[in-house]
Design a protein around this ligand. Structure first.
Ligand code: WT7
Length: 566
């Protein structure tokens, strides 16, 4: 039996109080989310339960119980407080996926400061933009990454302190402090800042496949949504071994890589290592992972390496697999079902929504290629592209929109109220994506609003074209964009990366064209295929169609600070 039980009855009778009650949120005036991810689990008698099993890239491991997470996060909190950190100050986390990252996340929140997690692979320009925008006061980092901060420090007058969490005896520069979580005196107690439910908690800069990065500001009560979605959509129980493959530099890695799972008291496993299909399967096998949350980009890479590799490993511990971040192609759903004996379930949300808003649930019929249905407590619709009124006719494409008011919704963009306000129309929050809703209430993703192709006045979403391409045996990945055309304004052009063992040729192009012709409407048919070694992606794994499109149009490519290979 899954945690959610019957979707229909849960949706109809839902109240966020259900989540608050389970969490005991607000007891003794405590709203600080860090308390619910560590101290509360210990108070309930589960302090000895393992909270974190960490594996580094050489295969070395470390483990921490919930009680150790509580005590070590207190060590961070005391240290920061002693250094003069006050509630509301921005404290940036800039490190690889080491245990200190997860534990100090809670330590920072315990002081009332705002956590600003940034992906450790960011270069100094990307880093500068975000630290400057947030007027960040402290950065917690490691020896490996501190150099990038040193180079921009002069330009950041408000950055008063750099804490290097693994410096040991290494010599540091002025105003840098060496810190060691494990060797400092243990701190049994820390007076957790009594944040109000609306007090800022996490500041996440969006991965921004479009425009300049914006800081989505979240509040402590987001945990009400993160907890219950982790229970019902990810189906986590305290007995699971849970693996979220996302880096906490992105919202998936905090909402479902720290807050949601630890508020349930589940054991998390973390692999701090680059991607390799074999490594991933070995990791699942070794730690007997039961619930696995990952992304379509990774799933497509796994598919590329084939089914045989899966069969060489023991995957029998897995009971639930779920995906987020990009559209999950029907082909990937079918492949996973054939290969693992269960499908990848799709879930949809954004940095701005803070938690899952549209999703498939365990036990629900999965329609391959659909994102599923709104989470209980979420009022969703699609709006007409011109009038911004809800569309009542099933199957019509519109803008995905949500009724504001769910607990984990961002409260503003940092320093950019205007941009925040521009996201609302007629009382709806506009996600910036297009979809249609079928007669059963399932959502079908079409594309990001700005990725949609307008050919001869007809709108074509890249997702259907890319999904058709992916079904061809030679195609590993693809991106469909509009290129200029004198007659139709735009026509479809597809960029295709081939699987190992296939080389670009006129024959293969013809074979792909013939293959997709049977699956697509003539309008959606690419006029051209360009073979590429790989596609440009954001560091969080999203295909950057905007970049490919700009090249076709000879336009400026805009901000590329989140590009993977810059
Ligand atoms: C954008 C949000 C939410 C965590 C990771 C990304 C796209 C997300 C899906 C999905 C189709 C999806 C949308 C959305 N997206 N999930 N299941 N199907 N598209 O957070 O970086 O803020 O990106 O990712 O375009 O708006 P983000």
């Amino acid at each position: 039996m899954s945690n959610i039980g019957s979707y229909e009855s849960k949706y109809e009778n839902f109240d966020w109080d259900i989540s608050k009650k389970e969490l005991e949120y607000g007891k003794d005036g405590m709203y600080n989310l860090a308390y619910y991810c560590s101290d509360r689990i210990c108070e309930q008698g589960h302090g000895k339960q393992t909270a974190l099993i960490w594996e580094g890239f050489k295969g070395e491991t470390k483990q921490y119980t919930f009680d150790q997470v509580r005590v070590f996060s207190n060590v961070f909190a005391h240290f920061l407080k002693d250094k003069g950190i006050k509630p509301g100050d921005r404290v940036c986390l800039f490190m690889d996926r080491i245990p200190e990252l997860y534990i100090s996340f809670l330590g920072i929140l315990k002081t009332g400061a705002i956590v600003q997690p940034l992906f450790s692979a960011f270069g100094e320009d990307a880093l500068f933009t975000r630290l400057d925008d947030a007027r960040t006061k402290v950065v917690l980092t490691t020896v490996k990454h501190v150099r990038k901060i040193r180079r921009i420090r002069e330009k950041l007058p408000e950055l008063s302190l750099i804490i290097v969490v693994d410096a040991g005896e290494k010599k540091l520069s002025e105003n840098e402090i060496a810190f060691s979580m494990e060797t400092l005196p243990k701190q049994e107690n820390f007076e957790i800042h009594k944040a109000g439910p609306e007090e800022p908690s996490v500041l996440h800069y969006t991965s921004g496949t479009t425009g300049k990065p914006k800081g989505a500001q979240h509040v402590h009560s987001s945990i009400i949504a993160q907890y219950i979605t982790a229970r019902w959509a990810l189906d986590i129980t305290p007995e699971d071994i849970y693996w979220c493959t996302a880096d906490p530099g992105w919202v998936t890695g905090t909402s479902y890589g720290i807050i949601g799972p630890w508020s349930i008291g589940v054991t998390q496993v973390i692999l701090d290592s680059g991607f390799s299909s074999e490594k991933w399967y070995k990791f699942i096998q070794k730690h007997k992972v039961t619930v696995w949350y990952t992304a379509p980009t990774a799933i497509r890479l796994l598919m590329k390496d084939g089914t045989d590799l899966v069969k060489q490993h023991d995957m029998s511990s897995l009971r639930y697999m779920i995906s987020v971040g990009e559209p999950l192609n029907a082909e990937a759903v079918i492949w996973s079902k054939d290969t693992f004996g269960m499908p990848f379930y799709d879930s949809y949300w954004q940095t701005e929504t803070g938690a899952i808003v549209i999703t498939n649930f365990p036990g629900m019929e999965v329609k391959p290629g659909s994102m599923g249905r709104p989470f209980p407590g979420i009022t969703a619709t699609v709006l007409d592209l011109r009038t911004f009124q809800p569309i009542t006719k099933t199957g019509t494409v519109g803008l995905i929109a949500l009724k504001p008011g769910w607990p984990s919704m961002f409260r503003t963009y940092w320093n950019n109220k205007e941009m925040y306000e521009s996201k609302f129309k007629n009382g709806w929050y506009i996600c910036g994506d297009r979809a249609s809703i079928d007669a059963d209430g399932y959502y079908w993703f079409v594309g990001r609003d700005d990725d949609v192709i307008n050919t001869g006045g007809h709108l074509v979403g890249p997702f259907e074209i890319e999904s058709a391409l992916l079904e061809h045996e030679a195609v590993a990945e693809s991106a469909a964009v509009g290129k200029p055309d004198p007659v139709n304004m735009e026509v479809v052009k597809a960029f295709v990366a081939l699987k190992p063992g296939f080389e670009p040729s006129a024959d293969i192009e013809l074979s792909i064209m013939n293959f997709i012709r049977k699956r697509l409407s003539p309008l959606a048919m690419p006029q051209e295929i360009e073979f590429v070694d790989s596609l440009p992606k954001t560091r969080s794994g999203k295909i950057m169609r905007r970049l490919l499109r700009a090249k076709e149009w000879g336009e400026e490519i805009g901000d590329t600070s989140t590009l993977e290979n810059d």
